[in-house]
Ligand binder design. Structure first.
Ligand code: SAH
Length: 238
């Protein structure tokens, strides 16, 4: 569990499948603590089915009678709302919420509302901030588990632990190596009668532009040089 001080609170969830989907979304993003305030049905086979592998989150979920109980010990509380300006309250978007949640030194709760009616004004007033996931204005309400997915993803991204570049890159080619490649390329193109040195037009400039766009690596320059040498050999043996 990456975020031991962060809890997700679901209030009055009516579909147990949403609880399972939320557990899965949380576990994907390294968030392990789930609090359920008055769920209509829990535990439930439907919740377990939708959790698909995140059963441990369901097994350790805390069921509470009141929101206050679920917020015990928290010094920062966010309330996720599908509607903008439900109450005039400090408002953050999901990205800002992720950043604030990760930066906070104490216990943090992010609270999500009922499928049909969201969070009541009274519940929202228990929160330090409202959190809104930007959407098309005409259709702003996400499924509650989808909303938990988006906010949990932002927590993960804000923590800086997401890999920035998945593919391993080789060492970039040096400017000298690239210059030698261009010289070799030009020489080969002349030998192949593709480039007329008396009327070069803009061919070399275009090829430079093409290769410069691709951030050549040292091994790639070696491969291209090898191909040019093979082409020269073939042309000379004709
Ligand atoms: N009809 C309800 C929508 C509830 S959706 C209403 O208008 O309030 C269930 C819960 O998912 C919401 O209470 C909220 O916590 C979360 N949610 C859905 N869409 C959201 C959005 N765009 N931004 C933030 N939270 C959202």
């Amino acid at each position: 569990m990456k975020f031991p001080k962060l809890r997700i609170v679901m209030v009055g969830t009516s579909h147990p499948g949403n609880i399972g989907a939320a557990a899965r979304a949380m576990k994907n993003m390294g968030i392990g603590r789930l609090y359920l305030v008055e769920p209509r049905e829990f535990p439930s086979p439907e919740a377990s089915a939708r959790a698909s592998g995140a059963d441990d989150i369901l097994a350790t979920a805390t069921v509470c009678d009141t929101l206050d109980e679920a917020l015990t010990g928290c010094s920062l509380v966010f309330g996720a709302s599908a509607r903008l300006r439900t109450i005039p309250w400090p408002l953050l978007n999901a990205r800002q919420c992720g950043e604030e949640a990760v930066a906070h030194p104490g216990e943090v709760a992010i609270v999500f509302g009922r499928e049909h009616s969201g969070l009541s004004n009274e519940e929202l007033e228990r929160c330090n901030y409202l959190v809104h996931i930007p959407t098309d204005e005409a259709f702003s309400s996400l499924n509650v588990a989808a909303a938990i997915q988006v906010v949990s993803y932002e927590v993960m991204m804000a923590s800086g632990s997401a890999p920035v570049e998945a593919t391993q890159r080789d060492e970039p080619a040096s400017a000298e190596d690239v210059e030698r490649l261009y010289a070799h390329l030009e020489e080969t193109l002349v030998e192949l009668d593709f480039l007329d040195p008396d009327h070069p037009r803009k061919l070399m400039r275009r090829l430079r532009r093409l290769f410069n766009r691709s951030a050549l690596e040292a091994t790639e320059v070696n491969i291209l040089r090898g191909i040019l040498t093979a082409a020269q050999k073939a042309a000379r043996s004709d």
